[in-house]
Structures are given as structure tokens and as C-alpha cells.
Design a protein around this ligand. Structure first.
Ligand code: GLA
Length: 384
């Protein structure tokens, strides 16, 4: 929805125009999965799908939240009553950001908010990060907090980890806050240093399709946390701060040192090879060899499926069908256990690939997938 419509709906709900309107996008991750909580490398880019928020300040310690997707009156919360893991509804994400800002000493005294989102939820496309970041950016501007984008991303991650209770890394919030149109973001999650890598597929006759399997996932569920704990165990057994510290050419020696810890071996192997894949993709893109990243993406999928074990039959079917139909590469994207896959293809193959995927899902009696083209889009910004 456009900024003006969101502002008009705000005015209907709250009786006055908003002080401003902001938007923050969802993302897909090109490569670098489950590396962010291991201090490693990731390479997401922003989608055109976004959450838009019309916001005004309040001075009475009240936060009112309304979403176009939820019927009824705004939800009203008292800021001094906000406490971690007391809210299991969607309101926990924006309330968590306000809580994190206040906890960090920023004088936020209340807000009225109306939200409208086009990022599909539960699809592995970071609808939660978009929701967090749009609130953080709006309050940063309105309250003149002067926080840099990376700092806003950190506060949003804290909201998600502590307030909502989902043990996620820093990739999604940084992607939503920092991505730039026409670029993928090469992010070092250890120090949050960033490089914008030009990623203009259309200019090269290529397309990147997102296939949302419609299998819903949730990161507050146990499997994500178990993988994270397994990686931390691996780092502890290997005597490093994080798996990022195991160099690719030291992988075999590290794995040998893990003895019969079979599960940890698989997790470590995924993370170390995945960090290396990010570096390979960056190198190939810098060299102008965009088509050559396809097989690296596919290798990443095999590693997530076989070593990290977070794929599912629907995601595997997307990848297998894409590769059998001439795609350059394909992989699941995001946290796993459902959500979306990405497919890199020649522009001329898109229709055939779309049809083949839909047919394969129908033949397997899976829910029809949602397929759309991903164009690297702008990060969070003020619209009005
Ligand atoms: C989710 C998390 C991210 C990251 C990915 C996997 O999207 O929110 O922090 O860990 O899964 O790469």
C-alpha cells in the first residue's frame, strides 16, 4: 500500500495525520545460511515487499498498535508494563523494539502506529525483521535518537531474541535496515562491516525467482535453537570463539578433532563450507561471472539438506525441479523447515521453470507454491 493510503488510515484510526510514514523491506538471502550466529558471512538483498508504518509520538507512556491485517481497534500497551516474553501475538515485535530502545536508555515516551505489510509471513522472507526495523527507524527519526542503521539492527535483534524469545542472528534486521537497490549486501556478522555488491540480474539476462512453498516455519520453535546450540558446542569443543574462526583449509583437521561427535561434525562442516561459499560468490560477482554462482548456490542447498538438515520435501522438490529444468542454481533461503527457495535462471527459462514447479507440486499433492521474481530493492527509509 502507498504511503498516502497508510497515512489516511492512520488519520481515521487516531483522529489526526501521522507525523511521518516509513517503510522497511523483507529480504531473501542469496548465500550464507545459519552463519550469522556463528560470526560468519551472509549475503542477503532486500525485496520490494515491505512493511509500511504511519507513526506519531505520544508523551503519556502509551503505545497503540494497529495492523491492516488484523480486524478491530488498535491494541493499547503501557510502556512501563512491557516485559520480555509476555506477549505471543504480532504486537510483541513492535513492542519489543520500543522495549529495547527504552532499555538502552533512549527516551521513547509512546507512539501511535498503523502498519500495512506486503511481506508474506512465515515464508522465510523476514516479515518480522521488516516489522521491527520500520518501528526502530520511525522512532529513531521522530525522537531524534541519532542511531546508526547497524545499531538499529542490533536493537531489533535484541527485541526478537529477548522480548519475543526467538534466538535468531543479525542478518535479517541488518538486511532490512542497510540494503540498497540493485545490490546484495556482503555482511561480516562479527563486526557488521558491509560491502554493497552490485547485483543487477536483469542487465545480464538473468532472473532470480522466489518460490514460497507455503510451508510455514517458526524460529521460536525448537529446531533453530538446537542447531544454534550445536554450533556453539562445536566452537567450544574446538576452542574458538565462534565457528567463523575455523579457516576453510583447516576444516579437515578441525573435524578430525571432533572425534565421534557426528552431529557436531555435520553442523561445523556446513558452517565452515558455507562461509567459504559466500566468499566464492562475492569473488565471482566481482569478476562479473554471475552465471557461475549458480552451482555454488546449489552446493549450499545440499549442505543445508544433508549436513545441517533443515530442508523439507517441498524445498527439495523446488531445487530438484529447477535443476532438472535448466536452472543455473537453486537453494532454500532463510531459516529452513519450510519457507522459500530461490532459483537462478536465464530470463528466457522463467516460464518453463514456473510451469514445471507448479506441475511438480500438483503431482506431489503439495499446496500450490507462490512464485515471484526477486529484484534487489531499497532498504528501510522514510516515505513521507
Ligand atoms: C533466520 C534468522 C537469521 C538467520 C537465518 C539463517 O532468517 O532470523 O538470523 O540465522 O535464519 O541463515
Amino acid at each position: 500500500m502507498g504511503a498516502q493510503q497508510v497515512a489516511e488510515r492512520f488519520a481515521e484510526l487516531y483522529g489526526a495525520a501521522p507525523e511521518g510514514v516509513w517503510a522497511a523491506p523483507g529480504r531473501v538471502n542469496l548465500i550464507g545460511e545459519h552463519t550469522d550466529y556463528n560470526d560468519g558471512f551472509v549475503m542477503p538483498f532486500a525485496l520490494p515487499h515491505r512493511t509500511t508504518a504511519a507513526v506519531s509520538r505520544r508523551t503519556d507512556g502509551i503505545l497503540r498498535l494497529h495492523s491492516a491485517d488484523v480486524d478491530g481497534e488498535p491494541v493499547e500497551l503501557r510502556l512501563d508494563g512491557l516485559a520480555p516474553q509476555t506477549d505471543t501475538d504480532w504486537t510483541a515485535y513492535p513492542a519489543g523494539v520500543v522495549w529495547a530502545l527504552r532499555e538502552a536508555g533512549h527516551g521513547v515516551t509512546g507512539a501511535d502506529v498503523h502498519l500495512s505489510a506486503t511481506v508474506p509471513t512465515g515464508a522465510g522472507l523476514s516479515s518480522s525483521a521488516a516489522l521491527e526495523v520500520v518501528i526502530a527507524l520511525a522512532l529513531n527519526d521522530l525522537y531524534g535518537l541519532g542511531l546508526q542503521r547497524w545499531r538499529l539492527a542490533r536493537l531489533c535483534q535484541r527485541a526478537e531474541n529477548v522480548y519475543v524469545g526467538a534466538p535468531t542472528g543479525i542478518m535479517d534486521q541488518t538486511a532490512s535496515a542497510c540494503c540498497q537497490e540493485g545490490h546484495a549486501l556482503f555482511l561480516d556478522t562479527r563486526d557488521l562491516s558491509q560491502q554493497q555488491i552490485p547485483f543487477d540480474l536483469a542487465a545480464e539476462g538473468l532472473r532470480l525467482l522466489v518460490v514460497d512453498t507455503q510451508v510455514k516455519h517458526a524460529h521460536s520453535g525448537g529446531e533453530y535453537g538446537k542447531r544454534r546450540a550445536g554450533c556453539e558446542k562445536g566452537a567450544a569443543l574446538l576452542g574458538v570463539d565462534a565457528l567463523r574462526d575455523i579457516p576453510y583449509d583447516g576444516l579437515d583437521a578441525a573435524l578430525a578433532g571432533l572425534g565421534d561427535e557426528e552431529e557436531v561434525v555435520r553442523l561445523v562442516r556446513h558452517v565452515v563450507t558455507e562461509d567459504h561459499r559466500v566468499e566464492r560468490v562475492v569473488g565471482l560477482l566481482r569478476a562479473g561471472e554471475t552465471r557461475a554462482i549458480g552451482p555454488v548456490l546449489t552446493e549450499g542447498h545440499a549442505s543445508l539438506r544433508d549436513d545441517f538438515r533443515i530442508s523439507c520435501p517441498e524445498l527439495d522438490l523446488v531445487v530438484d525441479t529447477a535443476l532438472a529444468t535448466g536452472a543455473l542454481g537453486a537453494r532454500m533461503t532463510g531459516g529452513g523447515f519450510g519457507g522459500s527457495a530461490i532459483v537462478l535462471a536465464e530470463a528466457t527459462d522463467v516460464d518453463t521453470l514456473t510451469k514445471a514447479t507448479e506441475e511438480a507440486f500438483a503431482a506431489a499433492a503439495f499446496t500450490p507454491p507462490r512464485i515471484f521474481e526477486a529484484v534487489p530493492s531499497a532498504g528501510a527509509r522514510r516515505l513521507a
